[in-house]
Design a protein around this ligand. Structure first.
Ligand SMILES: [Zn+2]
Length: 191
């Protein structure tokens, strides 16, 4: 169940190319800002220890249909394991209740630390965050949240070979060839 508080898409989810809302689904190209179904955006980053800068590794938006068809290709066991992992560490009901009562929503409060470990993202070499959107607004529910590399690595252990292979293929599809080498092997889709 989504609470629709009418929050404009935060800049953290803008396209890095033009600093505007991402307009198309990465898989089918559907225009998302006019579509009548929610969509997700996910971004992955690397903290560069030398320059101290945070570098974008990849970003994409995925429409509801493509998200469903993606999820249907992951093994049931893998999905169950990942769900159990989140449920073990995250009180989603409490989050939902907090989001519902929120007067001034500030995205950074929700994506500045790993939802699993509670540690600030600045402590990790890599991290990812995701959010759910409807047209030009952000939806609040189980996401937005962020995960650091420790949780990403944990989840890697919980997925099957079949799912692993599928995700590798997905990565090939969504990540431009020029930056594919920069994408860590432990990359995981969150949603
Ligand atoms: Zn799509």
């Amino acid at each position: 169940m989504w609470n629709i508080p009418n929050i404009a898409i935060p800049e953290e989810f803008y396209s890095s190319k033009n600093n505007k809302a991402i307009e198309e689904c990465v898989m089918c190209g559907k225009p998302l800002l006019k579509d009548n179904a929610p969509y997700i955006i996910e971004k992955a980053f690397k903290n560069n220890p030398i320059s101290k800068e945070t570098e974008l590794i990849f970003e994409y938006a995925l429409c509801a249909e493509c998200q469903q068809s993606t999820a249907s290709k992951l093994s049931e066991e893998s999905l169950k394991n990942i769900k159990m992992y989140y449920e073990l560490y995250v009180d989603f009901e409490k989050r939902q209740a907090e989001l519902k009562d929120i007067k001034n929503f500030k995205l950074s409060d929700w994506i500045n630390k790993c939802i699993i470990t509670g540690k600030p993202l600045s402590e990790y070499k890599e991290f990812q965050y995701g959010g759910m959107f409807f047209q030009n607004t952000m939806l609040l529910g189980n996401i937005p949240f962020a995960v650091g590399e420790k949780a990403i690595n944990d989840m890697q252990e919980l997925i099957s070979k079949k799912t692993r292979d599928f995700l590798d293929g997905f990565k090939e599809k969504i990540i431009p060839p020029g930056v594919r080498d920069k994408v860590p092997d432990d990359f995981l889709i969150l949603m």
